[in-house]
Design a binder for this molecule. Structure first.
Ligand code: P1T
Length: 389
């Protein structure tokens, strides 16, 4: 029996963990955490299904099957972190002197990685406002290799037309990579919209409990999958079996969690939009969001991330953040607990102030990862913190 044809909710529980398909199965209902770093063989020149856990591992393989199934791709790769997934992609796809086009509002760590590649390998990077698909076409030159997108972006929740950009890119023989961390495969499948490669920080919604760092790459192309798999083994960017187990476990509630993240986020976005101390709210589920209609067209939801500008500047933002009692002041996102942070001083401090200003990240900007707690408790906490400023 295979569960591949079932709906998303069913696949997120079963794929990779069907007892009869587990490697060395004793009909376990839960994939065992296989800690062995190496696997015995009978013949010197022949190994069995597994050889060495950097190359492949049964717990990781169960997870990789699920990744592919949830993003509706042929292949999935599990990596040690979201940044490890990005590093593997750059290493595999980029030659010195190549040019890439990125959304101007990407995660700060992704831009930092691009900056490293600029220094080490003369990578040329054009960051453009991909909400206007024609700006992507204008940025293409003879050295361009790929387009790198997030939708919605981190932290300004800008949305781009993945299908339109993929069509433009493919006309010019470019690859399209979409970092789908913010919506998770529950709300959006970029490969179905035309993207060639999907990547994730598993650390976020897919793991869902702020207890495992991980990354993933999902794709359909056989040759590219072979290269990525070879390079991953050569470079050693693998997750531990225990982290793979935590993610397999976390994924079983992805759909339940995403629905609750979203309904709480919508309530908070509406509350913030009506608050006199708030300048502007960024949430793709609000009709005031500039790409509200586009987002609704290409996704089945808006997610659990909300950003807003507080009236005033850094001083008011810091005072507000340090007055919260239930929200945890911390980097990261996508866990069951609500987190809040100041992008300019925290997640996006690794890029220069000039780069932040170009992207529109102000010192008054606050980013909220809305958890699955009771929404009234969350709104009451925000209210008491607003009163302190
Ligand atoms: O932290 P890591 O698992 O390596 O993932 C990096 C990453 C990649 N892509 C996106 C969209 C991300 O948001 C991240 C990590 N982001 C945070 C830690 C943060 O607080 O925004």
């Amino acid at each position: 029996m295979t569960h591949q044809n079932y709906s998303f909710d069913t696949r997120s529980i079963h794929i990779g963990e069907e007892p009869e398909y587990l490697e060395g199965s004793n009909n376990e209902v839960v994939a065992p955490i296989v800690l062995s770093s190496t696997f015995a063989r009978k013949q010197v020149t022949n190994h069995g299904r597994f050889e060495y856990s950097r190359t492949s591992n049964p717990t990781r393989l169960a997870l990789e099957k699920r990744y592919a199934s949830l993003e509706q791709t042929r292949y999935g790769l599990g990596l040690a972190s979201g940044v490890a997934a990005e590093t593997l992609l750059l290493f595999t796809l980029i030659k010195p002197g190549d040019h890439i086009i990125g959304f101007d509002d990407l995660y700060g760590g992704t831009k930092r990685l691009f900056n490293l590649w600029k220094e080490q390998y003369d990578l040329q990077v054009s960051l453009v406002d991909a909400t206007q698909a024609d700006l992507i076409e204008k940025a293409i030159n003879s050295r361009t290799k790929l387009v790198w997108l997030e939708s919605p972006t981190n932290p300004l929740l800008k949305v781009c037309d993945i299908a339109a950009i993929s069509e433009i890119a493919h006309r010019h023989n470019l690859l399209v990579i979409v970092d789908n961390t913010f919506l998770s495969p529950y709300f959006q499948n970029p490969s179905v919209l035309g993207a060639d490669i999907v990547c994730h920080s598993i650390t976020k919604y897919i793991g869902g409990h702020s207890d495992a760092i991980g990354g993933a790459i999902m794709l359909n192309d056989d040759t590219l999958y072979g290269k990525l798999k070879f390079n991953q083994n050569a470079l050693g960017m693998v997750p531990s079996p225990f982290d793979c187990y935590l993610v397999l476990r976390g994924l079983k509630t992805l759909s339940l969690r995403m629905e609750r993240h979203q309904s709480n986020a919508m309530a908070i976005a509406v509350y913030l939009e009506g608050h006199p101390k708030v300048e502007r709210v960024y949430y793709p589920g609000l009709e005031s969001h500039p790409q509200y209609t586009l987002n609704a067209k290409q996704t089945s939801g808006f997610g659990g991330m909300v950003s807003f500008e507080i009236k005033g500047g850094e001083k008011e933002a810091v005072q507000f953040l340090e007055s919260l009692e239930l929200f945890t002041l911390a980097e990261s996102l996508g866990g069951v607990e609500s987190l809040i942070e100041h992008p300019a001083l925290m997640t996006h401090s690794s890029i220069t102030k000039k780069e932040r200003e170009l992207a529109g990240i102000k010192d008054s900007l606050i980013r909220v990862s809305v958890g699955v707690e009771d929404k009234t408790d969350l709104i009451n906490d925000l209210s008491q913190a607003f009163e302190k400023i």
